[in-house]
Write a protein that binds this ligand. Structure first.
Ligand code: FEO
Length: 395
């Protein structure tokens, strides 16, 4: 399968319809994904990135139908991670001497992954590669999201090949942003940003501003996953600048787990308290034992504040809450406030544990949280509502 992108640029990647978990079990891909590879057939022929290893033979077989592999002059490896480089060993078996253009770290990482002494050509920002009447220009983009990452720009066609940047885990037979469901596309784009790029937001801002200063005309952004930004590519750049700038909506997200429903009742009563005022705030509740963790992280990303709850078990917290707290720690959220709650029987450490962990993860702790014993009676429910009311007032 190949799809014409523009003029002599063709998508030659793989749509992975079945994928439901990515990075091992780390990232849920409800809508599958794609591994995008692009073939540019000018006077010189360049291949940008490959696909994940399980699809290596299929990828090379399809590529052979599109072009005699010996006619490929250059391979561009924008990023060494396995989902983009996995088919390289199979491809290089056919064309072992073709130069691979990548960053210094790219060469190091590819050697570390595949233990092959391929013909690596190290490039830096501003280096160019002549394709005939058009050129490729390389732009290093370290930590977006690996130290090796780079973008590649094609003059003439004015296409930025951005690899993971601006990507989405979104399988679609329609490979362009103007041809797919816009709500799905936005959801998969923001989920991708929230779960993968949040810790690197300062670099996102710096890199986008650096690229904008080049004043390169931009007709399309071709990412390494999902659909191509053909219609108004500036829109997703604006979104990224927005998301990178301590993004928040007028949303409070309540995340909890519960053993015998007491903490769930607390969550719902706190939500009722928040909703009482005329504050226009969106309140969302998620039981973490029943919620996909990447979806929960996306909701945290959108929130100006979260309230997290767990009952106390064995002087600790429930594992679904602990797992999310571990994820949150690495994501380095900024500009978000946090409250806490939980039901307990006798020791009741959960609220303090959650509070300490969120505080250590950069959340601003707004109060001491709300602890209640056993199941909430009517007075306890009123306490929860009061907690919700004062929480939202204090934001
Ligand atoms: Fe960082 Fe799509 O791999």
């Amino acid at each position: 399968m190949s799809i014409k992108v523009k003029n002599n640029v063709h998508w030659v990647g793989k749509i992975d319809w079945e994928l439901r978990k990515f990075h091992g079990d780390e990232y849920s891909t409800h809508k599958g994904s794609s591994y995008n590879s692009y073939l540019i057939k000018e006077e010189k022929v360049a291949l940008i990135d490959t696909v994940w290893g399980p699809f290596a033979k299929e990828f090379v077989g399809n590529l052979e139908k599109k072009i005699d592999l010996k006619k490929i002059d250059y391979i561009i490896a924008n990023h060494a991670e396995n989902d983009h480089s996995g088919a390289m060993p199979e491809l290089m078996r056919h064309i072992p001497d073709v130069p691979i253009y990548c960053t210094k770290n790219g060469a190091k990482f590819l050697k570390g992954l595949y233990h092959q002494d391929w013909n690596f050509q190290i490039v830096k920002t501003g280096d160019k590669l002549d394709l005939g009447s058009k050129e490729l220009i390389f732009i290093e983009a370290p930590m977006l999201h690996w130290p090796d990452t780079m973008f590649t720009y094609l003059t003439g066609d004015e296409i930025l090949f951005s690899n993971d940047g601006f990507g989405q885990h979104y399988a679609s037979e329609f490979m362009f942003n103007d041809s797919v469901n816009q709500n799905d596309l936005l959801q998969e784009s923001i989920k991708y940003y929230a779960n993968i790029l949040t810790p690197f937001s300062p670099m996102v801002t710096r890199k986008i501003n650096e690229i904008l200063e080049f004043n390169l005309p931009l007709d399309m952004i071709c990412p390494g996953h999902g659909v191509i930004w053909r219609d108004n590519p500036a829109h997703i750049i604006e979104k990224y600048l927005d998301w990178a700038d301590n993004y928040q909506e007028n949303q409070i997200t309540i995340l909890y787990d519960t053993m015998w429903d007491s903490t769930r009742v607390m969550a719902e009563q706190i939500a009722a308290g928040i909703n009482e005022g005329d504050n226009q705030v969106t309140v969302k509740l998620y039981n973490l034992a029943k919620t996909d963790k990447n979806d929960a992280i996306t909701e945290i990303f959108k929130s100006k504040a979260i309230i997290m709850g767990s009952p106390t078990i064995n002087n600790g917290i429930l594992v679904s809450v602990a797992a999310l707290l571990e994820e949150i720690k690495g994501l380095k959220f900024k500009n978000k406030k946090a409250g806490f709650f939980g039901s307990y029987g006798w020791s009741g450490e959960a609220v303090k544990i959650i509070s300490e962990r969120l505080n250590n993860s950069g959340f601003e702790v707004v109060d001491e949280g709300l602890r209640l014993t056993w199941s909430p009676d009517e007075e306890n429910k009123r306490s929860c509502q009061k907690y919700g009311r004062s929480f939202v007032q204090n934001l």
